[in-house]
Design a protein around this ligand. Sequence first.
Ligand SMILES: *[C@@H]1O[C@H](CO)[C@@H](O)[C@H](O)[C@H]1NC(C)=O
Length: 466
Amino acid sequence: METMKRREASHGSAGCGADTEKVPGPELKQLELGSVGSFVRNHRKKIFLIFLCLCTLLAVQPSSRWFGAELREDRTSKLQAELKGKTAEQILQWAAETVPGLVQFSSFGPSGMVILDLLDRLGLLEETRIVTIDTLHLFPESYEHLQNVTRRYPKMKLQTFYPKDFMEGEGHRFDEMHGMTLWKDDFQKTSGKLSLKFSEMPAEYSYLTKVEPTLRALQQLAPGGWITGRRRSQGELRSHLPVVENDAGRLKINPLAYWTWEDVWQYLHTHEVPYNVLHDRGYSSVGDVMNTRPTKPGEGERAGRFELSQETECGMHTHLARIAKKRAESASKRAELDDAPHLPCDTCVEVNKQNFEEVVLKTKQDMLLEFYSPMCGHCTHFAPTYATIAHELSISGDALPARMDLYHNQVPQSAKDAGFEIHAFPTLILVRPMQKKLKLVTYHRWRRDVKTVLDWVKEELTKPLT
Ligand SMILES: *[C@@H]1O[C@H](CO)[C@@H](O)[C@H](O)[C@H]1NC(C)=O
């Protein structure tokens, strides 16, 4: 590694000198060869200044340039051979000494935490820049975890990159601007299975929230290489992962390439390294709120990521059309209607076509209204949560809990006239009576647990009625 450093150094200064000789200047062209000597003597200061400028320019140029050139000449395979069998510590130590502007990209998952802790132990945390990409759609737990990490590693030099033109905590603004379902476009159907479009082109949501911020970080920081927490044991695609890779002239260093999932967890427990509590709740890999779900035993480590199964609504028209078709196909139409499961909700006011006007449109009280279909799996799944929310609301008296079954009822025209828009099941709308009309606020958050919904209700109720 010493040789490498020295070679880089000499390469750098040679470039500087060579370029100075080639400086083209209008004055230089007019000179005759014989007077070059006197020209140099007369313009010593100028020439020296130009030389100085060029050298400075080359020095502040991303060091990755010459590191990259070095890399292109099959340095990577030599490095791979050199580093094979080295421990994670040795690889990190080597990287810190060799790679200019070393960066670790981290989402503070289990592997990233191992690397962070190793860097800290090796005393390399201050000289390694840690970069994280905040998609604005992370779990509250992940943000809390990051605070824990910051507290534990005060030396950490963290740089956070957000989607372009957005700042911390602007997830709602992002959704307002790009639509709530942008992330779903990232998936496409292939032979009945959902898969990422990544192979062809970064899809819009991933591009805006991950790819572009990463590219921007690379461009701004211009590291000669970066550390990743990727491991061979993470699955098929990574099963041949080498310790170092050449990524367009930059080194990608994978010090944990040969670690197993168990190795990682053993390290975290042995050294009492903080980890995201979501891992205790069955999430093996934590991404964005709407595209991550807990994994089942035996599933791949990353199986919970990038799945549409986390979809939380039934599109109303597709759902009703499907039910209608089923009903038409069924010989005993009546039976099917009555087959709908009963979803208990003791404290819910049951709204139907007949009482809609009286109960909802003429309400004197703030009301939380759920539109649902007992035939929609997402509604059945959400039912116990909504029953608890309703129970809590009836105790606190913040709002009257109600629900309307849109499988047995249709949305009344008077509801449409009053501004109710229902496109999917379940839809939660907070109905607030004003002087002459109703203020309707639809629930748009990804999380639909008791606390998040109740917090939202409270927050909305503090807003003035306009
Ligand atoms: C943060 O640290 C506290 C104290 O160790 C812990 O109880 C909590 O679960 C941690 N939070 C997350 C999200 O991991």
